[in-house]
Design a binder for this molecule. Structure first.
Ligand code: AP5
Length: 215
C-alpha cells in the first residue's frame, strides 16, 4: 500500500503501526535518504542539498533507489510505501516497477490534515537519530526527554523542520504531490482518512478504511 499526505500528516507514525500489523516493511524514502546523507554515500551527497531546501530529490534518483529496495526479500509479501510516489512521473514509474515484479497496489491511504496543525506537528517533532521513530514534544512525548522509547537513541530535530523550510515543503506538496490523489482515485485505489485526532484515533480510522484488507 501507499501512504499519501502532506509533510507532517502522520504518514511515518501510521506506517510504523501498519508495518507491525501486516508484518510488511515500511519503506520511507525520507528515512532512506537521511541515512544515505548521514553515511555520506554517493546517493546522500546527491540528495543532501534538496532535502535541506525542502525540495524534491530528482525522480530518476528516487525511482532507482525504490527499484532496488523493492527487490529485497522482505518485500515479497507486501510493503508500506511512505513518501513515495510524490510526483505523477514517480507514480507511473511505480506502476512499471510493480508490473515487472508481478504485484499490484491494494490501496492508497490519503491522510488529510489542515496546514495550521501541520506546522504545530512539524515544529514540535523530534526523531530518533538511530531508528527514525517520530515523537512530538507535546502530542507524543518520549518517556524520557530526548531519548527514543524504542531503541534508546538520541532524539533530534530534523534540519528541514525549520519554519521557512516547512513552508516550502508544503508548497511543493500542493503543486507536485497533491495531484496524486486524483491519479489514484480514478484507479479506484484511494481511501481518504481524516488525519486530525489522536494517533490511536487515526489508527482506528485507517483500520476501518482498510476493511477486508485489515482482517
Ligand atoms: P520525508 O521524510 O518523506 O518527509 P515528509 O513527507 O515531509 O513527511 P514527514 O516525515 O515530515 O511527516 P510524516 O507525514 O511522516 O509525519 P510524522 O509521522 O513524522 O521527506 C523528506 C525529504 O526527502 C523531502 O522533503 C525530499 O527532499 C526528500 N524525499 C523524500 N521522498 C521523496 C520522493 N519520493 N521524491 C523526491 N524527494 C523525496 O508526524 C509528524 C509529527 O506529528 C511527529 O512529531 C508525530 O509525533 C506527530 N504526530 C503524528 N500523528 C499525530 C497525531 N495524530 N496527532 C498529533 N501529532 C501527531
Amino acid at each position: 500500500m501507499v501512504l499519501l499526505g502532506a509533510p507532517g500528516a502522520g504518514k511515518g507514525t501510521q506506517a510504523k503501526l501498519l508495518q507491525e500489523k501486516f508484518a510488511a516493511p515500511q519503506i520511507s524514502t525520507g528515512d532512506i535518504l537521511r541515512q544515505a546523507v548521514a553515511d555520506q554515500t554517493a546517493l546522500g551527497k546527491q540528495a543532501a542539498d534538496f532535502i535541506k531546501r525542502g525540495a524534491l530529490v530528482p525522480d530518476d534518483v528516487i525511482v532507482g533507489m525504490i527499484g532496488e529496495r523493492l527487490k529485497q526479500s522482505d518485500c515479497q509479501h507486501g510493503f508500506v510505501l511512505d513518501g513515495f510516489p510524490r510526483t505523477i512521473p514517480q507514480a507511473h514509474s511505480l506502476d512499471e516497477l510493480l508490473a515487472r515484479l508481478g504485484c499490484k497496489l491494494d490501496c492508497v491511504l490519503a491522510v488529510k490534515v489542515p496546514q495550521t496543525e501541520i506546522v504545530a506537528r512539524l515544529s514540535g517533532r523530534r526523531s530518533c537519530k538511530n531508528c527514525g521513530a517520530p515523537f512530538h514534544v507535546s502530542f507524543d512525548p518520549p518517556r524520557a526527554q530526548g531519548i527514543c522509547d524504542k531503541c534508546g537513541g538520541e532524539l533530534i530535530q530534523r534540519e528541514d523542520d525549520r519554519e521557512a523550510t516547512i513552508k516550502h515543503r508544503l508548497e511543493v506538496y500542493e503543486t507536485q504531490t497533491a495531484p496524486l490523489a486524483e491519479y489514484y482515485r480514478t484507479r479506484g485505489l484511494l481511501r481518504e482518512i481524516d488525519g486530525v485526532g489522536s494517533i490511536d484515533q487515526i489508527r482506528a480510522r485507517i483500520d476501518s478504511a482498510l476493511g477486508d484488507l485489515a482482517a
